[in-house]
Design a protein around this ligand. Structure first.
Ligand code: NAD
Length: 460
């Protein structure tokens, strides 16, 4: 099992004995990439100060009486709104025992850049409830969700802040949030996305993140001459994102040689029948219960020789302590922040392409944008329209970013940094145009370095 204990603690790793290397926490990493994007866009320092920290943060407690004797658990919940210049705040709610304010702050910032990068009209937010959802009954989860919604309802709303599912939460969680919000505000399906289809959810939204990961992977394979047909793919995490990613890549001809969940990983050189394994999980059970292939650890999975490695579980799984064992041509970040900045540098120096989270897993928020828009218009799309529009939107963002990357690779910029540069610039443009702040005297936002790509920057 991969340890997640390093999630928010900086670690000193003396890898070469010559120099102590400090791993950054997700928040420090997000801030470092932002800082570099600010430099690359020549942002005035006072503009940087507006974006370096979130606009609003809420931390609430949720008391819950537990059986058998009614003892009270006090659970912590968080909502952080980073920046709303380009639209209402948008971001998932994570149910995870290690969710904390700092992690949620980092993920909220990532959402601002992600929405700007794929050009959907949202700002960035994130939520978290510090529980292991498997340790609570369905009724308790409903109670926790309703109390949390009630506690933060005053900063939510279809034109204010729109939650969605994330790790540990799902369509049912969104149904409870929608109901709780609607009790006070009237029937408001656009208040949350990722809802069940019967409540205004959109066919395709559940698999949208994984679908987007597969579309981006296929496009990158084409660009970097990695044939997708029979490409050997290892996927860490077999939850919402991992399953749909594996399913879609298999449908496109790739060979899924390994999958995993929190219990263990399975490796089969001949390829795993993803559909079959999903149907087994739907009947209960874990990857450990599968009889397919060899039983290996999550750590082993990350060091398998493969063409494409897709971390789709938790953050900080590829760090300086294991990046030298990664033997793949391309890492696609389906999870948020699975590769630390130092490991990213190490992988790049060995010729491995890293597709960053803010691009790779943006299919979810694009799908949420469609659901939100359709709810507001009280209209429906079928699956094929949903997937066609999703492919178009995410590929447009990919082509725009990779065109910039081709120019800037010569200057040794990473794909991630190029994505940050594009996103930060768009957010700054919105802040200035809205007059949220005015440009300091004598300073103006410079023209983009590669203006051709900017024609895609309008809201579409
Ligand atoms: P999920 O809860 O559905 O699945 C998580 C998977 O990771 C499960 O298979 C679980 O067993 C496994 N896992 C958990 N802890 C692990 C550990 N310590 N080691 C190895 N495996 C572990 O979550 P999800 O919605 O699939 O999200 C996965 C990642 O993708 C998260 O980083 C999330 O923030 C990111 N993400 C999700 C969405 C979305 O729409 N759900 C969108 C964008 C990004």
């Amino acid at each position: 099992m991969t340890s997640s204990s390093a999630r928010s603690t900086p670690k000193i790793i003396d890898k070469t004995s010559a120099q102590a290397l400090v791993e950054l926490t997700p928040l420090e990493a997000a801030q470092q990439f932002f800082k570099k994007a600010a430099e690359n866009n020549e942002l005035h320092e006072s503009i940087q100060r507006v974006l370096a920290n979130p606009y609003r943060e809420i931390s609430v407690h949720i008391p819950l009486e537990r059986p058998p004797d009614g003892e009270i658990d006090v659970i912590r919940g968080y909502r952080v709104q980073h920046n709303g210049a380009r639209g209402p705040y948008k971001g998932g709610i994570r149910y995870h025992p290690e969710a904390d304010q700092e992690e949620v702050r980092a993920l909220a910032m990532l959402m601002t850049w992600k929405c700007a990068l794929v050009n959907v009209p949202f700002g960035g937010a994130k939520g978290g409830i510090a529980i292991d959802p498997n340790a609570y009954s369905e009724q308790e989860l409903e109670q926790i969700t309703r109390r949390f919604t009630m506690a933060v309802a005053h900063i939510l709303g279809p034109h204010r802040d729109i939650p969605a599912p994330d790790m540990g939460s799902n369509a049912q969680t969104m149904a409870w949030m929608f109901d709780e919000y609607s009790k006070r505000n009237g029937f408001t399906p656009a208040a949350v996305t990722g809802k069940p289809v019967e409540l205004g959810g959109t066919p395709g939204r559940e698999g949208a993140t994984g679908h987007g990961v597969a579309v981006i992977t296929a496009a990158a394979c084409e660009n970097w001459n990695i044939p997708l047909e029979n490409a050997r793919v290892a996927v860490q995490g077999f939850g919402n994102v991992g399953r749909f990613t594996a399913l879609e890549l298999q449908a496109r001809g790739a060979k899924i040689i390994a999958i995993s969940d929190i219990t263990c990983a399975r490796y089969d050189n001949k390829g795993i029948d993803v559909k079959h394994e999903i149907s087994r999980l739907d009947n209960g059970g874990t990857v450990y219960d599968f009889k397919t292939g060899d039983l290996i650890t999550n750590e082993n999975l990350l060091s398998l020789e493969c063409d494409i490695l897709i971390p789709a579980a938790i953050g900080n799984v590829i760090t300086m302590s294991n990046s030298d064992k990664v033997k793949t041509r391309m890492v696609v970040e389906a999870a948020n922040h699975p590769v630390t900045p130092l490991a990213d540098q190490d992988l790049r120096s060995r010729g491995t392409l890293v597709i960053p989270d803010i691009l790779a897993n943006a299919g979810g928020v694009i799908g949420s944008y469609f659901e939100w828009t359709l709810n507001i218009q009280q209209y429906r799309w079928g699956l094929s329209r949903f997937e066609r529009e999703l492919d178009e939107t995410i590929l447009k963002a990919y082509r725009h970013a990779s065109a910039h990357f081709k120019e800037e690779e010569k200057e040794n910029h990473s794909f991630r940094q190029v994505c940050y540069d594009i996103a930060v610039r768009r957010v700054v443009q919105a802040i200035l145009r809205r007059g949220f702040v005015h440009p300091p005297k004598g300073w103006s936002l410079k023209a983009p370095k590669h203006p051709n790509g900017e024609k895609h920057a309008q809201f579409s």
